[in-house]
Write a protein that binds this ligand. Sequence first.
Ligand SMILES: Cc1ncc(COP(=O)(O)O)c(C=O)c1O
Length: 329
Amino acid sequence: MQLTMSYFNNLTESIGNTPMVKLNNITKELHCNVWAKYETFNPGNSVKDRIGLKMVLDAEKEGYLKPGGTIIEGTSGNTGTGLAIAAIARGYKCIFVTTDKQSAEKINVLKAYGAEVVVCPTNVEPEDERSYYSVAKRLGDEIENSWYVNQYDNPSNPKAHYDTTGPEIWEQTEGKIAHFVVGVGTGGTISGVGKFLKEKNPEIKIWGVDSYGSVLKKFHETGEFDKSEIYPYVTEGIGEDMIPENINFDIIDGFTKVTDKDAAIFCRELLKKEGMFLGNSAGAAIKGVLQLRENFKPEDLVVVLFHDHGSRYLKKIYNDDWMSKMGYM
Ligand SMILES: Cc1ncc(COP(=O)(O)O)c(C=O)c1O
């Protein structure tokens, strides 16, 4: 038998080409096929490995990132992990700025990757000098030979999904995908995948999942940035209190909002009914699929994207005491 050597030169080469998995139980009542683009198979256990690598490679090409440089980013954890994996492979330091809403597990992991982590208050306006947006930007200005990534406005974020995630979904479904449903934060995933799929077939519908307490759904529907929509919420990873440049609202057909309680409960349902151990936004995404059911025909193929892994939520969603304390169980 002929043996063929098969290996990656470093971990970043293993990013992408994640599986597509049919959901068999949780969406039974829909009478159409729902498949999941299962992003936890990336080496950092989230979709954000894709953008971490792409943003670093593009910054090198553009000359923003130079040898021995420091990568600075405001991140809730997953983008930090993706950037850290790229930084280790290519020899950079990392400073991550995050909020006190994020789970301790996520912050501990970033530190363990060797990054410095700065924690800022959640409940301040984005323009406030204490906000994690402002602190990350200031550190980028102050620290020599540093580069502020800014995943909210960095075009390499949606480009990573246009180049990889979108084409993978198109190929894995043989172009038969009719609807794409995904949680929206920076907008990188929905905008990159959505643009690719609409270029292939403009009939494909692109649906965003938002949180209560976020401005995105109303902004898409009315064009109004309504500050009264903003209040603190529990769901991690999706929803915004500002409008990121990376959200291409034109390619989005509609949004649905999912409550914190439903997002948490549906994470537990995914584990119980499908054996899928996933993060907070996956619960929101699958509940979003169920809420959008009136848009799906029986012959439609719906693809939902699951962003990250359940291990980052052990002290919250996968902890009965926390679920009871929050009134979710
Ligand atoms: C767990 C999780 N889900 C969903 C999202 C939203 O993805 P995007 O930023 O591409 O809109 C993020 C991004 O921060 C995330 O970390």
